[in-house]
Each structure stands twice: as structure tokens, then as C-alpha cells.
Design a protein around this ligand. Sequence first.
Ligand SMILES: Cc1cc2nc3c(=O)[nH]c(=O)nc-3n(C[C@H](O)[C@H](O)[C@H](O)COP(=O)(O)OP(=O)(O)OC[C@H]3O[C@@H](n4cnc5c(N)ncnc54)[C@H](O)[C@@H]3O)c2cc1C
Length: 359
Amino acid sequence: MKRDILIVGGGFAGASTAFHLSQSFSGSILLIEREEIPGFHASGRNASLVLQSTPDPDIRRAVVASRQAYLEHRSRVPASDHGSLHLGKKESLEKLRDLDLFASEYRDPEEIHRQIPLLKGHSFENALWTSTDGSMDISVLLQFYLEGARSRGVEVWLDCELLQVDGKGTYRVETSRGTVETSCLVNAAGAWACQVAEKAGAARIPLVPSKRHLFVLDTDEKIDPDWPFVWDQDCSFYFRPESGGLLFSICDEEETDNLAPTVNPEISESLAELVWQRLPALRQATQREVWSCFRTKPPDASFVIGWDLAADNFFWVAGLGGHGVGASWEIGRLAAAGLQDSTRRQPDCFPPARFSAAQ
Ligand SMILES: Cc1cc2nc3c(=O)[nH]c(=O)nc-3n(C[C@H](O)[C@H](O)[C@H](O)COP(=O)(O)OP(=O)(O)OC[C@H]3O[C@@H](n4cnc5c(N)ncnc54)[C@H](O)[C@@H]3O)c2cc1C
């Protein structure tokens, strides 16, 4: 069978690309996803933050633009705008501010201790408040993209794995559900993007998956569901309210080739150590749940969106690092625009060609 465009991966990269592409592309589009449940890996199991205050200016712009789109689709995709509080030294926090794009202001640490008593006993120099940060319902957002794409004719095959790729420019792709011929292969395979690229003879872009854990903690301390998410830049932890408890990350980062989402046996000890040293109000908290998933990024920690330089008709939507939710709308929009650009030039933001010297 033949399809004009074959997208590999049904996380935010692939789903948002399919959603946007299907609005203007009239040819046939097939999206394949290895798992039975889309989002089983990073996209459905992350912290769901929409974080505009982040150091990379291009990513900031992508998150700000995406947030605007999320506001416009609020009736279909629930979001919460409880803001963010970044704690830390002024020089760490200044890198996150972008007063041209969104307003952030410093708050008195004493006032923050009163607002969020869980921080009692934790000392920090400054608190940067961004009222327009927030979080999304990630499973609804992912379904919104996939259903939108389906309603405009995109075929979505779940439980379908790309196994092998033959050909150059026109690809014969062997999948677990048969062979598909395509003249455009879109690599949205998240932590597996380098494996897909290698199969297709595309450039070696140094994308590195690293494992990170998330915990849900229960505590007798009062948790207000309207709290902002709190991110300590210097002590490396963040948390936000989650179904009566706290979603908590110790910002661990373990680079690995083993892409099984197993839980590191020492991780609960690392959490206990951090809580003991930094957050005395959480010392009695219990762990309701813990899991791991993968963030994948290149050395400059920016996205990779555009045409490959080594393989014809091979397009990257990868390296989304820790911003695949916050920036998902814009990622798919940029990818769809790049895929339909007849000049096939490298884009100004996130070009794959920036790695060509390293090959
Ligand atoms: C702990 C943690 C917390 C995070 N918190 C946030 C946050 O708060 N805010 C935020 O913006 N981002 C966050 N992220 C990052 C976000 O989750 C990712 O940027 C995003 O989900 C990546 O999307 P993706 O589509 O590139 O990858 P994925 O979601 O992994 O999707 C890729 C898909 O490709 C499929 N695939 C791979 N190989 C094949 C193949 N051969 N054939 C068929 N299908 C294949 C996989 O099964 C997978 O479903 C977090 C990440 C982690 C790990």
C-alpha cells in the first residue's frame, strides 16, 4: 500500500504534526504508533506543565504561542492557569524571564512561605512568579490532536511498529502490519528517533534519551489544588498538586540506551534524602506512586524540526526534551509548515542542519 506521508510515533510530536498537516495537506497521511495506547511513553506520563519561563528563547516563543492556542481551545482541552513559582538565586531566575513575551515578577520569600506552608523550613533567596504558566490535561490534549487528525482523514494505526526501511527518497517501510510505500517519512519517534533515522540512512543527530522519575506523594499537610507549580532551580526539584497529593520530581537525569521505563531501585532513597535536607514539612509524606519515562534532547537542548540533510524526504520532529507538552501546538504547526514548504529550506528555529558539522 502507498501513503504520501508516513508519520512514525503517536506522542505529541507525531500527533500534533498530523493534526496541523491534515488541515492543509490533501494527500494521504498514515500515522503509526508501536503501542496500543498512544502516549504510553513520555507524552502520556509527564508532569504536564506549560512552562514559558525557560532559558531557550526559541522554546519560550514556541510555548507562549502554544499557550495562546490552548486558551483558544479551552472548551475542548482542560487546562489550569495556576502560575509557576521558580525559586533560587537571582542569576538563575533572570535567565527565565522574558518580559517581552510574558510578565514575571519577584515575590517576597516570606509571602511564599505563607502561601505554600509545605515550603516551611526550606530556604531560598528569591521567588519568581509567572501567573500565565500552568498545566494541561495531557491525555485530553493528545486525543484532541489524534481525533482532529482522524476527522480529516488521517489514518492512525496503533499497535503498529516500524521494523525496517528500504529505499532512498521513496521508502519501502516494513511494519508489523505490512509494507507501506511512502515518499515522505516523518520521524516523531521520541526516544527511538535515532533508531528510526539509522534504519532510513538519515543523519546521525546526537539525540540523547535520559530517564527521569515522577512520584505522587501523600501527606497530611494541607495541599491547595490551586497552588502554582513550584520549581527550585538551585536545589533541583519541582512539585504541583495532583489528585489530593503532590506530583513531585527530583529532576534526576540518567542518560541511557536502555529504553525500558523501569524504576531505579535507589530513586526513592534519593527522594528521601532531598526531602530530609530541603523540605522538612514533607518528611512524613508517603509515596503513592512512582514511574519513569524519557526526555530526549540534543546537546544544545533545543528541538530538531526539519528536513534531514543525508536522506531525501526524511523529516525530523524530535528532541523535544522537557517541553513537548508546553510547546506541542507550535511544534506540530512548524513541522506541518516545513513539510509543505516546496523550497525545503532549513528553518530559522530548530534546524536539523545545525548538527551537520558533527557528522
Ligand atoms: C518525567 C518527565 C516529566 C516531563 N514533564 C514535562 C512537562 O511538565 N511539560 C512538558 O512540556 N514536557 C514534559 N516532559 C517532556 C515531554 O513528555 C516530552 O517532550 C514529549 O512527551 C515528547 O513527545 P514525543 O512525541 O517526542 O515522544 P513520545 O511521547 O515518546 O512519542 C514517541 C512515540 O513513538 C513511538 N515509536 C518509537 N519507535 C517506534 C517505531 N519503531 N514504530 C512505531 N512507533 C514508534 C513510541 O512508542 C512513542 O509512543 C517531561 C518528560 C519527562 C520524562
